[in-house]
Design a protein around this ligand. Structure first.
Ligand SMILES: Cc1ncc(COP(=O)(O)O)c(C=O)c1O
Length: 382
């Protein structure tokens, strides 16, 4: 394992790289807008990942690729070691991304009358998917419990009584950062079993736990339940643009349904995606172990600012680098628009079905976050 010390303070210009975040065509020309919307990080990836890409470049051929056994075994070991779930290789289905995986699962398991249930606010594809596959959407509320977000379980049960086929779980939750604990996971499993609902679980943020103490519990451990669990290295190791993810589906009939629904829709994984995932599983941990305290310190800086600003509030995150900030419209007006006008792009809460919130991505060098905080200060003082 490499002992390199990574410099997350380094500011790297991402303009003119066709970056979804930095080259957003809606930004005013020549503005110095700070982009903090979509979830990727402004950090260089681990050396081992760059070396894997260099090796492909020097070989030079980019034909179709297979998913090697070594990659399947690496994912299996990671799930066993870090999420305490022992899985079989045959339960794996490799896919180009988790959003297409969720869409395929919903297409295969729902119909025009029996659809999806999910907790809101939530990462927007979780509610948009109902429109994509043409099925009903039932939502229930996340509520504050002390200093964290959790489900309103009574609201959840009322929703289940309306007859959805699929429960979409986001664990850790985006936005809000909740890492669901053992008793919450058990309650989810019990409720879904009671109403015969298949669980589709997106665990893409599992490695981005900010508090060392928090354990990620994969709901897939409850194997007697029909569950599709999605994992990927792309979010925590900042290779989101390359895609690549794995669905773990122990029940063969459910796996077949998922594969059938996805036939013809998914591209094959690219050589880059496969080699990068292999390198990440083999040696990305040193980079990640340095990243997490950096993100935690960014989180704390932002949290302290929010707590000390009249009209703003947030719950401390247990995971992710996506702050979910509430604002009081009576004090701050349209805070998202004011941020935009001050040169800071944060996402409007409505995108996630949350009113009077913004979502801010703080996975950037500290100096950039400080600039963003100063821009927010200028609004709240002005
Ligand atoms: C909860 C969640 N799931 C999935 C994704 C995207 O996954 P993919 O790029 O593999 O489709 C994101 C991206 O931000 C996310 O936050």
């Amino acid at each position: 394992m490499s002992h390199k010390v990574y410099d997350f303070d380094q500011v790297i210009d991402r303009h003119h790289t066709h970056s979804f975040k930095w080259d957003n065509v809606t930004y005013p020309a020549n503005s110095d807008m700070l982009p903090m919307p979509v979830a990727d990080m402004d950090f260089v990836v681990a050396d081992e990942i760059l070396a894997a890409i260099d090796q492909i470049t020097s070989h030079g051929i980019l034909g179709y690729s297979i998913v090697p056994e070594t990659l399947k075994e690496a994912a299996q070991s990671k799930i066993a070691r870090d999420y305490k779930w022992s899985t079989s290789l045959e339960s794996q289905v490799w896919i180009p991304g988790i959003v297409p995986g969720i869409t395929a699962a919903c297409a295969g398991l729902t119909n025009e009358k029996e659809g999806i249930i999910t907790a809101v606010p939530v990462y927007h594809p979780f509610h948009l998917v109902a429109g994509w596959v043409n099925c009903p959407l039932i939502t229930f509320e996340m509520i504050k419990d002390g200093d964290r977000w959790t489900y309103d379980f009574e609201d959840f049960e009322r929703g289940l009584q309306k007859g959805p086929k699929v429960f979409l779980l986001c664990n850790p939750h985006n936005p809000g950062g909740t890492v669901f604990n053992e008793s919450e996971i058990k309650r989810i499993v019990e409720l879904c079993a009671k109403y015969h609902v298949t669980i589709v679980s997106d665990e893409i943020h599992a490695d981005l736990r900010l508090r060392a103490a928090s354990e990620h519990i994969s709901i897939g451990r409850f194997e007697q339940q029909p569950i599709i669990s999605f994992f990927a290295t792309s979010k925590a190791f900042n290779t989101a643009g390359l895609g690549g993810a794995v669905a773990v589906i122990p029940i063969a009939a459910l796996r077949d349904k998922f594969i059938k629904a996805s036939n013809g829709f998914f591209s094959m994984l690219s050589r880059h995606s496969i080699e990068v995932m292999l390198a990440t599983y083999a040696s990305g941990e040193s980079w990640l172990s340095q990243l997490l305290p950096y993100l935690q310190a960014n989180h704390d800086l932002l949290y302290d600012f929010v707590q000390s600003t009249p009209g703003l509030a947030m719950q401390p995150l247990e995971a992710t680098y996506l702050a979910w900030i509430e604002y009081d419209e009576a004090i701050l007006g349209d805070f998202q628009k004011k941020c935009w006008d001050a040169g800071l792009h944060v996402l409007r809460g409505e995108q996630f079905k949350g009113r009077n919130f913004v979502r801010l991505n703080f996975a950037c060098p500290r100096s950039v976050l400080e600039k963003a905080i100063n821009r927010m200060k200028s609004i709240s003082n002005g």
